[in-house]
Every structure is written in C-alpha cells, then in structure tokens.
Design a protein around this ligand. Structure first.
Ligand code: ARG
Length: 467
C-alpha cells in the first residue's frame, strides 16, 4: 500500500487524495466530539467478538486497554487529531494500532464505519437526551413551585394582548408548565427510537462473521438491535425527531421569553428579573435589559433552521449509507447545545422571577376585566346573555367616559343600565370574586391552581419514574 494514501482504505488507490478533497471530505474537526461514544462502542464490539470466538481474550484485553488509554489521552487534550485520517473513527483506530500493533487492526472485523457512526450518534443522543431531561425536570419543578406560591396573585389575562379577564399568576405559570409537560413526553418518546442499535449492520448488508448482536446491544444498554441493516446505517429520522422536539420546546420557551420581556418593561412592570440575569447598556446608564429571555427567543430561530436542514439532508437519499449523512452532526450538536443552554437559563431564572403583585393587580383592575362577570351575574338574574352583553357594553362605555372601572361605580350608577343589578353585584365585580368563581378543573380559581400544581407534580413524578 502506498504510504501517501489513506492507511484504512488506500489499497486500491494509485494516487494520493487531492489536498483540498482531503480537507473537504474530512469530519474529524467536528466528529471528534463522538470520541467517548466511539470508544464505548468499540469496547462492546471487541467484547462481543471475543465472546463468539472471532477475537481471543488476549486480543480483546489489548484492545480494551489501548482504547482506555486513548480515552485518557483525549481527555487530557494530548491526542493528536489528524485531518488526513478523515474522521474520529479512523483517528482512534490508527492510534490503537500505533499502541498495540497488529491486534489494533482486528478491531474493525465485522463492522463498518457506517454502522459505527450510526451507533456513536445514537449513544451521543441518548446521553444528550438524559442531560436535557434533567434540566427540563429542574425547570418544571421550579415552575410548579412558583405557581403554587403565586396561586392567589391576581393579574390581567389577555387575548389579543388586550386585558380580557383576571387570572392568577399561578394559573398563567401552570399554562407554561403544561407546554413543557408535553415537550417532556415528546422527548421521552423520541428516546425510545434513539435507543436502538445499528452495530452489526456493517456497511449495509450485515456481516459473515458469527456476531451476536444481542450481546453488543446489552453491553451498550440499547433496547434491541435494529431490525434491518440497510435502514440501520442510513436513516437519521431519530435525529430529526430530536430537533423537532427541540424546535417545539424552543417555540414554547420563546413565547415565555416574549412575555418575560414584556413584563419587565416599564409599560407592564409586572415582574422583576434579578440583575444576574440582565445586562446594561454601554450608552444608556438607566438600562437593565432582559438579555437572557431575548437570547432564548433569538436562538429559537437557529434550531428551526437545523430542523429544516436535517429534513432536507435526508429527503432524496437512496438506501443505504451516503456521505451526505456526515452533514448530520454539526446541526445536531448545535441543536443539543442550544436547547441545553436555553433550558439551563430558564431553570435558573424562573424560580428567581419576582412578581410585582400590586402592579399586576392594578393592571387587572384597570381594563374592565370583570365585564364578563357582570354579564354572567345578569344572566343569573334572568337576563338573556345577548341582552346582558349589551347592558355591560353600555356600562363600559360610561366607565371609559367617567374614567371609572366597574367596581368603582356606585350601585345607582350601575342601575342606570339594568334594574336587575343589586348590591350583591360587588361580590362579582371584585377581582378576587371573579377568579374565585372560576372554580372547576382547568379554571383560574386559587383553590384550583393549588390542586393543579399538585397534579402537575404527580404527573412529573410519573415521567421521572419512566426514565
Ligand atoms: N465520517 C463518516 C460520517 O460521519 C463516517 C462514515 C463513513 N463511511 C463511509 N463509507 N465513508 O458519516
């Protein structure tokens, strides 16, 4: 074999790879991130080969010892990555052969880089999903605890960003929490399909060695070996599923971010975010900017981009493996990092939100937010709903003119619009009365919010037991 060609596949080549093509086709600069998983997979593969008698126990020992040393070299930052060796797999294998000689070359028996890389990515994704889940749990727990604490705190609820009806801040937080609960389920569902083992598929058709894929799968903690070798080396739908999960989660975090940004503005002034989550302006000394939620909102866009990138990467690929698939890693890694960082930011920040209760209450009082309650009151007194709607509309018009909220009007003022109105009307016109009256599952009454927080904790515990 010519020294100038790649040592793993140079046998049939008569001239070295073009220098640019070598760089263009190499992935080691980014796939070295899979080194730990690559070594983990190789150790399991060698162990299985020894069990079925393809390697001797001594050969397996040498390979495992060598790979463990290489793991340490990489950890210490001493490993020399080489672009001519193309990718993480060949870099590690070449180093193994340097260290233990000819036995190192036996590691690749009965496998291909195609099933190797598919396995590495799945191992990586499994670890990433578990780390992301831990942050998601921390965020959900903090959010539920805050919701429980703020079950009585009244704020305006909005539709069209116009004051609609009073709600409790705890209820609003539990709405966020429901979004995250669904994201959590999607993540665990995705993990089931990630946790399937490609090894043994070899290049595409399987291998002639007497391998035992159940042994390898068990050693690596996979649920089962992949059913079909062609599919196992080619599809990346599990990665797309993860980025779909990430896109939905970030869509939710972005909506929450938008509300946090609005609420910290002088115009809303509903909450304070501690200084450690904010930054200042280099020119305007008075500024305290909600950079963390703004960045989460901004980073959502790049993860959507990765989703579209990966879908497009896969859409025209014939079976089985194609080099196109090497392009899966950078978007996937970035999606993992971005979603992990955004979740960490939120899990740290949410418990530190300080509601400005007086401002929230005053805002709810200003916007005629109990108008629906007055209409419902009239219906209870026998007025048809459409007529009640009309009567309340006239009262609001009067209030706008007089600059008075409904609860600030006297009984006589209110009775100009309907003789059915009596002194008990003030029970429903107060914000406390309004929220307390929505007392059913899914409603905003403080009692319901506390019960919902308890159920949310229990539902979270069920998912935690599943993992
Ligand atoms: N670096 C490659 C990738 O990430 C590994 C598999 C290469 N296989 C091959 N037949 N060239 O997809």
């Amino acid at each position: 074999m010519s020294q100038a060609t790649n040592q793993s596949w140079g046998g049939r080549f008569s001239e070295p790879t073009d220098a640019f093509v070598e760089r263009f086709t190499a992935s080691v600069n980014f796939d070295q991130r899979l080194a730990a998983q690559d070594i983990q997979g190789s150790i399991a593969h060698a162990t299985m080969l020894a069990r079925v008698g393809v390697l001797t126990d001594e050969e397996r020992e040498a390979i495992v010892t060598g790979l463990n040393e290489i793991r340490e070299e990489i950890r210490r930052g001493e490993f020399q990555w080489s672009v001519p060796l193309e990718d993480v797999h060949m870099n590690i294998e070449a180093r193994l052969t340097d260290k233990i000689g000819i036995t190192g070359k036996k590691l690749h028996t009965g496998r291909s880089r195609n099933d190797q890389v598919a396995t590495d990515i799945r191992l990586f994704m499994r670890d990433a999903i578990d780390a992301i889940e831990a942050e998601l749990i921390r965020l959900r727990e903090g959010m539920i605890a805050l919701a429980d604490r703020e079950a009585d705190t009244i704020m305006p609820g909005f539709t069209h960003l116009q004051t609609a009806q009073p709600v409790t801040f705890g209820h609003h937080l539990l709405a966020w929490q429901e979004m995250l609960a669904r994201d959590h389920e999607r993540l665990l569902d995705c993990r089931k399909r990630v946790n399937v083992m490609p090894l043994g598929a070899a290049a595409l058709a399987g291998t002639t060695y007497p391998i035992d894929r159940h042994v390898t799968a068990e050693l690596l903690g996979f649920e089962r070996p992949a059913e079909n070798s062609l599919d196992a080396v080619s599809d990346r739908d599990f990665a797309i599923e993860f980025v779909s999960f990430a896109s939905l989660l970030l869509m939710h975090l972005s909506r929450m971010s938008e509300e946090l940004v609005l609420w910290t503005s002088a115009q809303f002034d509903f909450i304070d975010l501690p200084d450690r989550f904010c930054t200042g302006s280099s020119i305007m000394p008075q500024k305290k900017n909600p950079d963390v939620p703004e960045l989460v909102r901004g980073k959502t866009g790049r993860v959507y981009g990765h989703l579209m990138g990966l879908l497009t990467l896969m859409k025209s690929q014939p079976l089985a493996y194609n080099k196109d698939n090497q392009e899966d890693k950078e978007p996937l890694f970035d999606a993992v990092d971005t979603v992990g960082d955004c979740l960490k930011a939120f899990a740290d920040m949410v418990p530190a939100i300080e509601p400005k209760k007086v401002n929230m209450f005053e805002a709810a009082r200003k916007g005629f937010s109990t108008a629906t309650d007055l209409a419902d009151y009239l219906v209870r007194k026998g007025v048809a709903f459409r007529d009640a709607h009309e009567i309340v509309g006239e009262s609001v018009a009067y209030g706008l003119k007089e600059e008075k909220d409904l609860s600030q009007m006297s009984l006589d003022e209110l009775r100009q619009f309907s003789q059915e109105i009596e002194s008990d009307v003030f029970d429903v016109l107060t914000l406390e009365g309004s929220v307390a009256a929505r007392n059913h599952i899914g409603g905003t009454a403080p009692e319901q919010v506390r019960a919902a927080a308890q159920r949310a904790r229990e539902a979270l515990d069920v998912l935690k037991d599943q993992a």
